[in-house]
Design a protein around this ligand. Structure first.
Ligand code: HMG
Ligand code: MG
Length: 298
């Protein structure tokens, strides 16, 4: 049966903006996050403490975290590939840190410059530090449904990475379709397989909409019990290390679908639509959200 409540992790300020050609001003990032907080998110990815040479767009994470107004019920997360990133996230008072690995060797190399096995070794002290500091620990697993370099991903590879992350004490597992190649039955099968290792409540679906499959994949994942999904307002996003990958599924579209199915999100759709239109205007691009466009014109 379908979940009655879904948690949406809003990733526009991180996954969305990390891929923009032009640097988005810190003040705009802060206003975006403040607007998202006001719309009611339980969890917002706010920053990424990675090498500024690799991802210059995220270089102002400290300033962004210091500038936002925090809603007490909201978890503000930051990506932390190593201890240096973790220390910066802790200093910035991130409520949750995200280690990010891949289920594909080539993507691991391109994205974080090491093998899957090496990445786990690097994440171990980050995970320990997070547990010691009492900071929530989440893990993202890229290319879970396919890789731009290695093609299809075997379920066993995803499970192997999930297991290793679980051994580190990870509390939430993002199963990410980085390049949006997944289709619904494969998605459902993968989520069910992951759920043989970790409780369903700890599994999140992170879908990019490159092939137009994201909403269908979310529905398939919902039907097997997944109740956490990532999305970005206006469908912003992409990954600098996955050529041609388009944005995350648009939050407005996901929320329109969920509310239409009677599933609670705690989110205010009209505010999301306004925020999606606002950030699209700020970066000078039309929105990628179908529901956003339709509702904005109404
Ligand atoms: P490296 O070059 O192997 O490591 O990079 P390094 O330790 O030799 O560091 C290289 C340089 O970065 C050094 O500077 C370090 O000081 C600096 P230099 O000496 O050359 O001047 N550095 C840092 N600076 C700031 N903060 C840090 C940090 N660490 C090192 N934390 C590294 C390894 C992991 C650092 C690098 O590969 C990197 O930053 N990668 C980030 C890639 C990234 O952010 N990708 C996008 C996010 S993942 C994603 O979008 C997928 C997701 O959405 C899910 C999905 O859709 O699949 C989550
Ligand atoms: Mg992503």
């Amino acid at each position: 049966s379908l979940p009655t409540t879904v948690k949406i992790v809003e990733v526009a300020a991180r996954d969305g903006l990390q891929n923009e050609k032009h640097f988005v001003d810190t003040a705009i990032k802060i206003e975006l996050i403040n607007r998202l907080s006001a719309a009611g998110f339980q969890n917002i990815e706010a920053a990424s403490f990675v090498s500024p040479k690799w991802v210059p767009q995220m270089a102002d994470g400290t300033e962004v975290m210091a500038g936002i107004e925090r809603r007490p019920q909201t978890i503000y997360s930051a990506l932390t590939p190593n201890l240096r990133g973790f220390e910066a996230a802790l200093a910035a008072k991130a409520d949750e840190v995200v280690i990010f690995g891949a289920a594909s060797e080539s993507f691991s190399q391109k994205n974080i410059n090491c093998s899957i096995a090496e990445s786990i070794t690097r994440f171990a002290p980050v995970a320990q530090a997070a547990l010691d500091a009492g900071v929530r620990l989440r893990a993202s697993i890229s290319c879970a449904l396919g890789c731009p370099y290695d093609g299809e991903t075997a379920i066993e590879t995803v499970l192997d990475v999930v297991k290793r992350m679980q051994d580190l004490g990870v509390q939430e597992f993002d199963i990410a379709d980085t390049i949006g190649v997944g289709t619904p039955l494969k998605t459902a099968r993968l989520m069910e397989a992951v759920a043989t290792l970790v409780p369903m409540e700890q599994i999140a679906g992170h879908f990019h909409d490159t092939y137009g499959q994201a909403l269908a994949n979310i529905l398939a994942a919902l039907q097997v019990g997944v109740s956490i999904f990532h999305s970005s307002v206006a469908g912003l996003g992409g990954c600098p290390y996955a050529k041609g990958a388009t944005g995350n599924v648009a939050t407005e579209d996901v929320v329109y679908m969920l509310h239409g199915m009677g599933i609670h999100t705690g989110l205010d759709l009209p505010q999301l639509v306004d925020t999606g239109a606002w950030i699209s205007a700020q970066i000078g691009k039309p929105t990628n959200s179908r529901a956003g466009r339709a509702l904005f014109l109404k």
